[in-house]
Design a protein around this ligand. Structure first.
Ligand SMILES: [Fe+2]
Length: 325
């Protein structure tokens, strides 16, 4: 109750701080402030989630259903699974296809990024159970939690924890313009660390504007080389010329893979971009896992996505779906 009132009082200031990629104070200062604020509100949950991971993770996993595939390990901030054997993956591809057929190829969102839209809406949760089953499966959560060292929650706000992204320059009035927005290198600032699980829904080739990233160690070198990244002066986006003046382009990894490939990546530690020159559409399911003490004010200023929780859900699944569990 007090927390909600605090949020209401703080909301106008949070809006100003978030505006234009946290440009008022710079990303580094704003994320530190957001961490402090969210810790006041949600530190207890975070401490519990660290403890649950440290002391009881195998028990939680057993209750959630033991992994059915060898557990992937993120190395240098990422791992790609090409086995096609992760649980619920087949259903996820089928159910996502229904959403793409329903809503793809038409413009539903008109703000900021004309080349990028989210086709997912909350009413698909009951109709497409594989989406949350996949996101909360022990196979996926083992990899994510082993990397993070705590039990995260699916993000309630930007980036929403569940998105079905269609990127395509068909809706872009200036498709030949220089890369802009998320077509430029950046590190996500919503939390640190945070994990994206990205499922390739339909095969991605170069003409579909693949998601591209630099491994964590290369990104760390880049950050040092850039010098002022995420300061008020250095800003949030980095063009290729600047990036490749500090690290070689040969380090770039492009997610050009067949349907069913899964990339698990720390988007706060690996510089990334995507959706460039997508002359054909690209379809990815993107799950975002964050802590309860995230480093932005997204949950205060934006519409929150909520995830359906059932009585019979395991404790691990509930923690991932409900940030106040
Ligand atoms: Fe990003």
């Amino acid at each position: 109750m007090i927390g909600k009132a605090m949020d209401a009082v703080f909301k106008p200031a949070a809006r100003v701080l978030e505006r234009n990629y946290m440009s008022a104070l710079g990303v580094n200062n704003t994320t530190a402030l957001a961490r402090a604020y969210n810790s006041l509100r949600f530190r207890n949950y975070h401490e519990n989630r660290k403890r649950w991971y440290r002391d009881s993770f195998s028990e939680l996993i057993a209750e959630n259903g033991n992994p059915v595939t060898p557990v992937n390990e993120m190395k240098d901030g990422w791992v790609i699974d090409t086995s096609g054997r992760l649980p619920y993956l087949g259903e996820l591809l089928k159910e996502s296809s229904l959403i793409i057929d329903d809503r793809g190829g038409e413009k539903h969102q008109f703000y900021r990024r004309p080349f990028f839209q989210d086709l997912f809406t909350d009413d698909y949760f009951p109709r497409c159970p594989s989406i949350l089953n996949f996101a909360t499966s022990s196979d996926v959560l083992s990899t994510v939690c082993n990397y993070l060292g705590f039990i995260p929650t699916l993000s309630y706000s930007k980036p929403y924890g569940v998105r079905l992204i269609e990127s395509w320059n068909k809706f872009d009035e200036t498709p030949d313009a220089q890369p802009r927005e998320s077509q430029l290198f950046h590190l996500d600032y919503h939390d640190k660390p945070m994990v994206y699980v990205i499922v390739v829904l339909r095969e991605v080739t170069m003409e579909r504007g693949p998601f591209c990233f630099l491994p964590k160690s290369v990104s760390a070198r880049a950050e040092i080389g850039l010098g002022d990244y995420h300061t008020k002066k250095g800003g949030h986006r980095v063009n290729d010329e600047k990036m490749y003046s500090v690290v070689p382009e040969s380090e770039l990894i492009k997610l050009c893979y067949p349907a069913g490939t899964v990339l698990i990546l720390d988007s706060s530690a690996c510089f990334h971009y995507g959706s460039r020159n997508a002359v054909k559409p690209r379809h990815l399911m993107m799950f975002a896992y964050v802590s309860t003490i995230r480093t932005d004010f997204g949950d205060i200023v934006l519409r929150n996505m909520r995830y359906p929780v059932r009585k019979e859900d395991s404790r691990l699944r509930r923690m991932v779906l409900d940030k106040e569990y």
